[in-house]
Design a protein. Structure first.
Length: 461
């Protein structure tokens, strides 16, 4: 499958005129009240809420590339507010009520991000939309129905969720072989690069110093060492998400899971009339190796999925460039779900990494004894989760006991990933089993393949 552009960070930057000019690097040694490592959503939201709470704080952000270089500028644009992690794992150290509180807090991030964007004048193509998980075979429909019942059991407001028949789902988007769909309401679509660049500008306007082109070589209590100088600060926040494994001493903290996307040329109105999608729903499917898609502001379709899920030794991509096989696989998913798009040109392909803890459950925390805080391991839900992380970290740093600081993800202890080659073998085995399970189900297996459960057991997914 030919593609016009492969890499160049992501299509989202091409959409806003290209990659940004870097801000100046750290000019030398510096003292501050707070030093944040990483200028993605997590670091920027944390700085934003800290500055709003205490404008007098001297906050420094150090960033290896530029604000929004990582997943914040490459993601699928799902402002979901979703709680996609195992509630049972949080229950081991918490209560059912506390987990429901966390679920509710995550859902609230959609309104909060929209509120801040409107208040601060951030134009990020935000559009409220439902999330539509479609089923195209019997096992997928079985899982969609189970998910609907699961959400009801966990006290999701009934008005927010719905199971759709094939006919009702087709009235939204005309997916091939559609058997039904699970809907979650009150989510939103965003243009990720616009959001992160707008947030960086706002944070800078509040007086936060953002130094780009500055690589952190080590950090410890009260000190962040970079290739440009040393920042001394009593509070240090690690906000590096999928790039955490590149920091000294953190090679096995979070696994950098790879995800990739393609984007089509703009669709003509006649084709949109064939497809529908008038509600701009966030679109995914109930396959084991699931996909994620959106209808963009200017009428393109983005389609994302795992591709090559993990690079040996926790290596990351080079400026978002992905493999031709991944591009072909994503195009196959697009045309399987929407065969109406077969003749469309693919304008851009790219990839990036997201952080995965060993138990696949995100965390946010702050050690008062060392002054070191962290948040991440969002497992693909960072557009919304990072906002809650920023608010939570701000409360923790300012030593405020709030509803957020008592949530189950706060100061959660997670064991490290296994050394190589075990983690490479585990992750690749998991996704290979998912693919085989999907193939068997598409071939006519009437129920969910047991191979998927084996895959989950291998890595604790």
């Amino acid at each position: 499958m030919d593609v016009k552009t492969n890499g160049d960070i992501s299509f989202w930057y091409a959409d806003i005129g290209g990659l940004p000019q870097k801000r100046p690097a750290l000019p030398g040694d510096r003292e501050a009240d707070i030093c944040i490592i990483g200028a993605g959503y997590t670091g920027l939201w944390t700085a934003y809420y800290l500055k709003k709470a205490d404008p007098g704080l001297d906050i420094v952000i150090v960033e290896r590339e530029f604000a929004g270089f990582g997943a914040s500028g490459r993601n699928g644009g799902w402002l979901s507010g979703a709680f996609g992690w195992s509630r049972d794992k949080y229950l081991k150290t918490s209560s059912r009520g506390a987990v429901i509180d966390m679920q509710r807090a995550m859902a609230g991030t959609v309104d909060e991000v929209i509120r801040v964007a409107e208040a601060e004048g951030i134009d990020a193509d935000i559009r409220r939309a439902d999330n539509l998980t479609v089923a195209t075979n019997a096992p997928q429909l079985e899982r969609a129905r189970e998910e609907y019942k699961f959400y009801l059991d966990w006290q999701m407001p009934p008005e927010r969720i719905e199971m759709l028949s094939a006919e009702a789902a087709a009235r939204r988007i005309r997916i091939a072989d559609l058997q039904g769909a699970f809907v979650i309401r009150d989510m939103a679509r965003v243009q990720p690069a616009k959001l992160v660049r707008g947030l960086a500008k706002v944070v800078e306007g509040l007086g936060v110093s953002i130094f780009e082109g500055t690589s952190v070589t080590s950090f410890e209590q009260g000190r962040v060492q970079t290739d440009r100088g040393t920042v001394r600060a009593p509070v240090v926040i690690r906000a590096t998400e999928g790039f955490t494994a590149g920091l000294p001493g953190h090679g096995r903290t979070w696994l950098p899971l790879n995800s990739a996307q393609i984007v089509t040329e703009p669709l003509p109105d006649s084709l949109w009339q064939q497809i529908g999608w008038e509600g701009h729903e966030l679109l995914g499917d109930a396959a084991h190796a699931y996909c994620y898609a959106q209808r963009t502001r200017e009428g393109r379709i983005t389609m994302g999925g795992r591709g090559v899920p993990y690079r040996f030794g926790s290596k990351t991509d080079v400026n978002g460039r992905t493999q031709q096989a991944t591009i072909a696989a994503l195009h196959a998913i697009l045309t399987r779900l929407l065969p109406q798009t077969r003749a469309l040109r693919i304008d851009h392909a790219w990839c990036g990494v997201l952080g995965v803890p060993r138990d696949w459950c995100t965390t946010a925390g702050f050690d008062r004894s060392t002054g070191i805080g962290w948040a991440g391991g969002y497992v693909g839900l960072g557009v919304s989760s990072s906002n809650l992380a920023g608010r939570t970290l701000a409360d923790l740093v300012l030593q405020r006991e709030t509803e957020l600081t008592g949530l189950p993800w706060v100061n959660r202890t997670v064991r490290n990933w296994e050394p190589e080659p075990f983690r490479w073998l585990g992750v690749h085995s998991m996704y290979q089993l998912y693919r085989i399970a999907d193939q068997r189900e598409f071939a006519g297996l009437p129920h969910t393949s047991k191979l998927a459960a084996i895959a989950d057991t291998i890595t604790g997914h």
